[in-house]
Design a protein around this ligand. Structure first.
Ligand code: DX5
Ligand code: ZN
Length: 213
């Protein structure tokens, strides 16, 4: 299971979080972009992300919680960005956004918010690199993991396995010590977290998780 460390912390600056992750074996640095429209909060601009990308050698995993993901894709593709995720709820033509990301040589993922029916994602599974299941409402770190979202992972896993798709499953929000084992059992390919990784000794937490999974 891969680990993506979110820099959206309630106590640390983005720079501090990146510097902490740099000292670990974490696989990705997760950047939560919010536009103040798709979600209430506003976070990083492209300019901020350019700065952050210079602070690390780790590949960036960008989560666009924005109404117009197309606006960000070309600029992000110039950076050390491996993954671009957009929200199914935010766009009218998801296939166009998927093609835009993949056309730039970046891995494309589609996220679904808790209120979205997982069935809406099914038709895109053959074309995306990963599906991201939100286990909190998008917009903030430190929220409680929604166990009621677990069935979505089961449905995705079944569809992916039955059809022999290569699509990976990512989970974002509220992941912690008490649910990570279950996510591992469900063969989740990557988890995103900020609170779990950044509260405590991050180096040790990542080291332990890497040896366990
Ligand atoms: C929530 C973000 C998450 C968030 C995760 O909108 O997409 O990436 O930073 O933070 P925790 O792990 O604290 O829920
Ligand atoms: Zn995120």
């Amino acid at each position: 299971m891969k680990l993506s460390g979110s820099i959206l912390s309630n106590s640390l600056s983005a720079k501090e979080a990146i510097e902490i992750y740099n000292k670990t074996d974490i696989d990705y640095i997760h950047i939560d972009v919010m536009d103040g429209k798709f979600v209430e909060k506003k976070t990083y601009t492209i300019g901020d992300i350019v700065k952050y990308s210079k602070l690390t050698n780790k590949p960036l995993d960008v989560h666009l919680m924005v109404n117009n993901p197309d606006k960000y894709i070309d600029d992000l593709s110039m950076l050390n960005v491996n993954n671009i995720t957009f929200h199914l709820e935010a766009v009218k033509k998801p296939m166009d956004v998927i093609n835009h990301i993949k056309g730039n040589g970046v891995r494309a993922g589609v996220a679904i918010s808790p209120e979205t029916n997982v069935k809406e994602l099914m038709e895109y599974l053959p074309y995306i690199d990963y599906a991201l299941v939100m286990t909190v409402n998008p917009g903030a770190s430190g929220q409680k993991f929604m166990e009621s979202m677990l069935y979505k992972i089961d449905i995705l896993r079944k569809a992916i396995d039955e059809n022999c798709f290569n699509t990976l499953i990512y989970v974002d929000g509220g992941v912690n010590e008490s649910n990570i084992e279950l996510l591992h059992e469900k063969k989740v390919d990557m988890i995103v977290s900020s609170n779990y990784f950044l509260s405590g000794n991050t180096y040790q937490i990542i080291k332990d998780l890497k040896s366990r999974y």
